[in-house]
Design a protein around this ligand. Structure first.
Ligand code: BTN
Length: 277
């Protein structure tokens, strides 16, 4: 569900989908099943918060937490992310990297894994809106929030949080302040959570393995093939400063190139807002 929501209705939490079919998930994951340790809760504050905590307690790469609902789900730029049972998929994955690993572009690589995974399920019309949004037919389908903790010897524990809209709900029209999409608009029978989760986890396994060896540079071409705003007139707002220009490519570190009247900018992700003008 969209990050722009601020309220949370418990009335919405009494719907189905309160369990995850672990047997089906394991079957769908096939040979990759052993690489993941999946846990499910009906409600938690934020799956990212929970996994950051588990990372501190020593949980390993591949630890996954799925929640039907989050009471303090977080989106980018300090926004709230609400997950409604039965209509969305919200989960986090813990992945560890050695201290020497460069992490620039990780969240973009994760976005690419998501569209690849959904593509394997037959989804079309997908695009990536820099830095971390997943678009379907030009509207927001989901988002990625990567958070990073560093261990005593400098090793990285990354928590990769993913929220996706599966089935649009009538109340979203009033609740969501930006155009949204859900997977069920592709076919009446939207894929179930297990199918979506398995497809994305498998794609993530491949992407994260490659990212460990090569960093984001290995994904530039792939990412560019889904670049939603390439060539568009955009505004970029960062640190209270808004600039206008033409949206260009991403570079080997996942920075976005924007041609402005003052020259070429390379914009890092994080606290930045990019909009088509
Ligand atoms: C965004 O578009 O702003 C990113 C949204 C990320 C939401 C997911 S839902 C699972 C995980 N837990 C959180 O608290 N946030 C992420």
């Amino acid at each position: 569900m969209q990050a722009v929501r601020s309220g949370y209705s418990h009335a919405m939490t009494t719907v189905a989908d309160s369990s995850l079919d672990f047997v089906r998930l394991r079957d769908l994951l096939g040979a990759s099943a052993g690489r993941f340790d999946v846990d499910h809760v009906a409600v938690c504050d934020s799956t990212n918060t929970r996994l950051l905590e588990r990372a501190q307690r020593g949980s390993g790469s591949g630890t996954v937490l799925v929640a039907d609902a989050q009471t303090a789900g977080r989106g980018r730029r300090g926004r709230t992310w609400v997950s409604a049972p039965g209509s969305s998929l919200s989960f986090s994955l813990l992945w560890r990297f050695p201290a020497a690993q460069r992490l620039e572009g990780l969240s973009l690589a994760v976005g690419l894994a998501i569209v690849r995974g959904l593509g394997k399920l037959g989804a079309t019309g997908l695009a990536l809106k820099w830095p971390n949004d997943i678009w379907l037919n030009g509207r927001k389908l989901g988002g990625v929030l990567v958070e990073v903790a560093q261990g005593a010897r400098g090793e990285w524990a990354t928590v990769i949080g993913i929220g996706l809209n599966l089935r649009a709900q009538p109340e979203w029209v009033e609740q969501i302040a930006q155009p949204f999409a859900a997977l069920d608009e592709l076919s009446q029978q939207a894929p179930d959570r297990e199918a979506v989760l398995a497809a994305i986890l498998e794609a993530l396994l491949e992407v994260l393995t490659q990212f460990s060896s090569h960093g984001f540079v290995a994904f530039v071409d792939g990412w560019m093939s889904y670049h939603a705003l390439l060539g568009a007139d955009v505004s970029v707002e960062q640190h209270g400063l808004k600039r206008y220009g033409r949206c260009g490519a991403v570079d080997a570190l996942g920075r976005l190139t924007v041609d402005t009247p003052e020259g070429e900018m390379h914009v890092f992700g994080g606290e930045v807002s990019l909009r088509a003008t």
